[in-house]
Structures are given as C-alpha cells and as structure tokens.
Design a protein around this ligand. Structure first.
Ligand code: R5P
Length: 281
C-alpha cells in the first residue's frame, strides 16, 4: 500500500503513515501566477493500491483533492480518506432550486476512487450517492479515552440527532449521558429547550460532531451550569471555530478541543489510529 496526503491533512497524514509503518509519497505543490494549482505526486505508485488523505476544506483543498486523484489515476486502486467532508451539511434540497452540494461531490468522487472513508460525516446518508465502497468512522474510542483521562463523569449531546455519538462515547466510559433539544434560529444563533439535567456537582463533556460558530455549545453549557454542573468541557470531531466561536467557547466552558480532522492548535485528539485500523482491514 502507498500513501499520500494533501495540504489540509499533513500531520494526520504523517501519523496514519506511521501507524501503518510506511513512508508517505512526496508531492510537489505549486501555484501558477494566475492562482491556479499544480500538483505532482513523486515516486512509483503505478499499479499499487494508493491511499490519499485530505480534508476538503477550504475549497482549494477540495479542488486539490480532485487534482491529486487525477494524478493517481495509474494506481491499481484508490482509497480516499476525507477526515472532514466539507459541504456535508448541504445534504438535501431545503429550498427549491438549491444544489445538493454533498451529492455533487459524491458523484464526482465515485468517478475517481474505489473506496471512500470519512470520519464522523454529518449526514451518513450522502453515501447513497457514492458508487464505490464507502465507510464512515466514528472516533468514539479516541474521544472516550481523552474524556476518561480528564475524569469526565457525564456526557451530553446538544441535540437529539447527535445522541448516538454521545451515547457511544458514554457507553465506552461507562458514565451517564443525556441530550438537549435544539432549534436553530439562524446560521449563528440557536435556542435550547429548558431541561433539568442530573449533573449537580459533575464534570460534564458536551460532545458534538462540529463546532462552527460555538452557539450550540454556549447555550448547552449555560444550561449545564444552571443545572449545577461543576465543570463543563466541549469536545467535537470537527473544529471549524468560525467567527465568534473561540470567544463564546472561552466564556462559556472550562475548556474545549477537537480531533485532528481539521488541524488546529485545538486538535488534542487524533483519529489516526481509527483511520489506520480501517485501512488495514
Ligand atoms: C449541527 O447539526 C451540528 O451537529 C452542530 O451542532 C453545529 O454545526 C454547530 O454549529 P454552531 O457551533 O455554529 O452552533
């Protein structure tokens, strides 16, 4: 197996390569004077099974991923690992005439890859538009290990739809869990239904797939504090941390972190082990 990573996942790409005991292929990335991208994958991979790892955010990385897949077309098989699948939230037609962005991307990836692995993708049903072998990994074990180290004794999901994630983590840790009910008011504001939570004196972790503007976590954390929680931490798979997010999280929690699907200084948990296990199968 050969492995190569794109410019949005350098640290995670190296960690997965280490876990697999292989040396990643070198890549030459350049930008032409007019801003267009150039990518050349070095080394011999013709006829091999090749893995490409790249988060598809920002948009330039989505484009880079398509170009790198094209560069790999002489491989025998291509497995693409997308740690953070951008546009996964545009997974249906909300208003007539809209593009279903996730579908458009899935169709194109189906033309260029044999297998696709995502990590905690927002809407797993988008795989119905992918024609290869698809798999979505939930990094519950890595998240549970971190929260156990922190001696968290209660796990909260900020909305019912995300309960399966919080439950999977809480079950591994053998701690209680619960969920809130959230209504989104706008792109940056959410409302939580008031709920009495059994968290008096507890050290609680809110577990979500994405932290974007931090509105969800801020509201959930305020409710936990009102219910008597002693300390509140926020943990997500994908840390977008947009606009007011850092200020909101700093103000409302005792700490926050993400995995390395989107690499940042808050990436305290790695999903490399889970990705490597899946690739070994
Ligand atoms: C929404 O369904 C997701 O699971 C997250 O809860 C959401 O993306 C978080 O957004 P924000 O941080 O802007 O509240």
């Amino acid at each position: 197996m050969k492995l190569v990573y794109g410019s949005s996942s350098p640290l995670l790409g190296k960690k997965v390569a280490q876990e697999l005991g292989i040396e990643p292929l070198e890549v030459e990335h350049r930008v032409f004077p007019d801003g267009e991208q150039y990518h050349r994958i070095l080394g011999d991979f013709s006829g091999d099974d090749v893995v490409l790892i790249n988060t598809t955010k920002p948009d330039s990385s989505l484009l880079e991923t398509f170009f790198m897949l094209d560069a790999l077309s002489s491989a025998d098989s291509i497995t693409l690992v997308i740690p953070y699948f951008a546009y996964s939230r545009q997974d249906k037609v909300f208003l007539e005439g809209e593009a279903v962005s996730a579908r458009a991307i899935m169709k194109m990836l189906g033309e260029m890859t044999d297998r696709l692995i995502t990590v905690d993708v927002h809407a797993p049903h988008i795989f119905e538009w992918y024609r290869g072998l698809g798999e979505n990994i939930l990094p519950s074990r890595s998240i549970a290990e971190k929260l156990s180290e922190m001696e968290i004794d209660f796990v909260l999901s900020p909305d019912k739809g995300a309960l399966h994630r919080a439950k999977a983590v809480a079950d591994i840790m053998k701690v209680p869990f619960d969920h809130l009910d959230k209504t989104r008011l706008s792109g940056t504001e959410v409302e939580m239904e008031e709920k009495a939570l059994d968290v008096e004196g507890k050290k609680v972790a809110i577990v979500d797939d994405i932290i974007s503007t931090g509105g969800t976590i801020a509201r959930a954390s305020e409710m936990l504090k009102r219910s008597g929680a002693n300390e509140v931490y926020a943990l997500c798979t994908h840390g977008l941390f947009i606009g007011p997010a850092i200020e909101r999280l700093t103000r409302s929690t005792d700490g926050f972190m993400s995995t390395d699907t989107i690499e940042s200084k808050y990436s305290e948990i790695s999903v490399a082990g889970e990705i490597a296990s899946s690739l070994k199968e």
